[in-house]
Design a protein around this ligand. Sequence first.
Ligand SMILES: Nc1ncnc2c1ncn2[C@@H]1O[C@H](COP(=O)(O)OP(=O)(O)OP(=O)(O)O)[C@@H](O)[C@H]1O
Length: 232
Amino acid sequence: MIKINIQEKSFNEIKILENINISLEETEFLSIIGPSGCGKTTFLNIVSSLDKNFKGSIDLNSSNIGFVFQDSRLIPWLTIKENLLIISKQKDIIFINELLKLVNLENLLDLYPKDLSGGMARRVSFVRAFVNKPKLIFLDEPFISLDYPTATALKKDFLELCKKFNTTIILVTHDLSEAIYLSNRIIFFSKKPASIIFEYKNFNNQEFNLKKIDELKNELLEKHPHILEGFL
Ligand SMILES: Nc1ncnc2c1ncn2[C@@H]1O[C@H](COP(=O)(O)OP(=O)(O)OP(=O)(O)O)[C@@H](O)[C@H]1O
């Protein structure tokens, strides 16, 4: 069980987050959605212990965590193999090869990041998050600026990896359709100072079906129009 209790986070006496209490079961996939600038990245920085300057407490139940960011953050002078090995605690090239195979990247090991397309580099950054078999992965808008087919294929493969390794996920996104497709729980933040305004849980989104996702989205927005507060 992961326990997040953020009573308050401020920058220069401006309150950014308040009263955010979340308990997360293992293997849950939680999406956090909220208006631009409301404090989602600030939240992720606190929860992932990058930022310890806040009132409250975080209990992750594990220190083995992975990250995926908006950009790939691969080290340009290292090959893909070296980029993955450098963060691998076990230096386990067999496991890395297996991961790359799962996302159809097995032929890239000796290439450099500059040799990859943006979509392939982002794929590698997803693989990198799994290299140490983390209990928990944090993702900050990881599908942003990818074209639709590339993002869709990557989302499918990512869900497979999450299932295979029983990983708990916290994803920050602007995109409600993406959150509905990927997660089994969505928490909506208000505009700044962000607090939880709504939570949506256990919806049936097992298969990728655009029509179904749109229906769920429209139903949600019709029943709970206040979740759009701050977006408009
Ligand atoms: N280091 C900092 N010092 C001062 N203010 C900051 C700092 N980091 C973030 N902020 C402010 O905190 C607020 C929330 O920023 P944050 O990046 O967490 O929002 P966000 O919801 O992730 O935004 P976006 O959706 O645009 O990515 C913003 O007003 C931002 O200017």
